[in-house]
Write a protein that binds this ligand. Structure first.
Ligand SMILES: Nc1ncnc2c1ncn2[C@@H]1O[C@H](COP(=O)(O)OP(=O)(O)O)[C@@H](O)[C@H]1O
Ligand SMILES: [Mg+2]
Length: 310
């Protein structure tokens, strides 16, 4: 069942930037949807128009069947929003911040909810500290706690782990999984593709304001995932020799590794390795693995930013 329905939504900012270009998308109840795209693609704007905090230029959005403009208070009430930019009152304690947030949504005091949320986000022992005294990673977790104060059906996480160290990131995602288990629908954007790979049921890719792909993560990984042969070189090279351009190869920035993407069962690896040797390149190591989402993503959003069809 769909919980959010976006139809032909366009957003043009007053000075002319078309941040969303005829976006149609449906989000399923209870899923984790990862929205990926390069900087400036329109991710934050899309989240903003769904939450009703950015005014769309055109199109219709419904949340739980209600229009986000006509029934703003109702739809906004079902949404928790963790913004990309940290915006908090630095003088308020964490606990007060959360209490005020509940009040903002017209919700009754709920000490238990605050305690449970802060404990889950490892913030409980800091509950009386002014938010301004916290590290960046802690502030971001306060934003998550804040977004949960209206007990939302839908949670938007806009790059929630930016600036949060690796260990805490894991804890955050464990908590997000917990929320999903309890039926919360989650839409997230992240720069760490391994996080999308780990968390998402479906993946959407947006580029220049257009949705260019929506797919089950599993299907996407299967369809494009294929395999990668990673060839570590004895000595780094500057570029891939002309002779090898017939293969689907790419060179890492440091020039130390050549990667070859191929379909499982595809032959020709022996020939490729022989051809590489013929070019005078000697190999240190050869390894095969599944292609990561990061590589799939980069091949979608290629250098000249043209939309590829798969
Ligand atoms: N308030 C704004 N005023 C004008 N242009 C904006 C504003 N917010 C975003 N944009 C522009 O809209 C485009 C999409 O931005 P954004 O949604 O923030 O992308 P993303 O979150 O994917 O990085 C960018 O070109 C950005 O510069
Ligand atoms: Mg953004």
């Amino acid at each position: 069942m769909s919980i959010i329905n976006i139809q032909n939504v366009t957003k043009t900012f007053p000075e002319g930037t078309k941040a969303l270009d005829n976006v149609s998308l449906s989000i399923n109840d209870g899923e984790v949807f990862a929205l990926l795209g390069p900087n400036g693609a329109g991710k934050t704007t899309l989240i903003g128009v769904i939450a009703g905090v950015v005014q769309k230029t055109d199109g219709t959005i419904t949340v739980l069947g209600k229009d986000t403009v006509k029934d703003y208070r109702q739809t906004r009430g079902t949404i928790g929003l963790v913004p990309q930019e940290i915006q908090v009152d630095i003088f308020l304690s964490i606990k007060k911040t959360l209490e005020y947030q509940r009040g903002f949504f017209g919700k009754r005091k709920n000490e238990k909810l605050i305690e449970k949320t802060l404990k889950a986000l490892s913030l409980w022992d800091k509950k009386d500290a002014p938010v301004g005294s916290l590290s960046g990673g802690m502030k971001r977790r306060v934003l998550i706690a804040k977004a949960l104060m209206n007990e939302p059906k839908i949670l938007f996480l806009d790059e929630p782990t930016a600036g949060v160290d690796v260990e805490l990131r894991k804890g955050m995602w464990d908590y997000v999984k917990e929320l999903k288990k309890n039926g919360t629908t989650i839409i997230l954007t992240t720069h760490y593709l391994e996080e999308a790979e780990m968390m998402a049921d479906r993946i959407g890719v947006i580029n220049k304001g257009k949705i260019i792909l929506v797919e089950e993560k599993k299907t996407l990984m299967k369809k494009l995932g294929d395999k990668t042969l990673e060839i570590t070189l004895d000595t780094p090279i500057q570029k891939i020799p002309e002779k090898l351009t017939q293969y689907n190869l790419s060179l890492t920035k440091d020039g130390e590794k050549i990667t070859y993407r191929y379909k499982p069962g595809q032959t020709g690896i022996t020939k490729l390795l022989a051809n590489i040797k013929e070019c005078g390149i000697s190999l240190k190591d050869v390894e095969t693995r599944e292609t990561s989402l990061e590589e799939i993503f980069l091949s979608l959003i290629d250098n000249n930013n043209e939309t590829k069809t798969i």
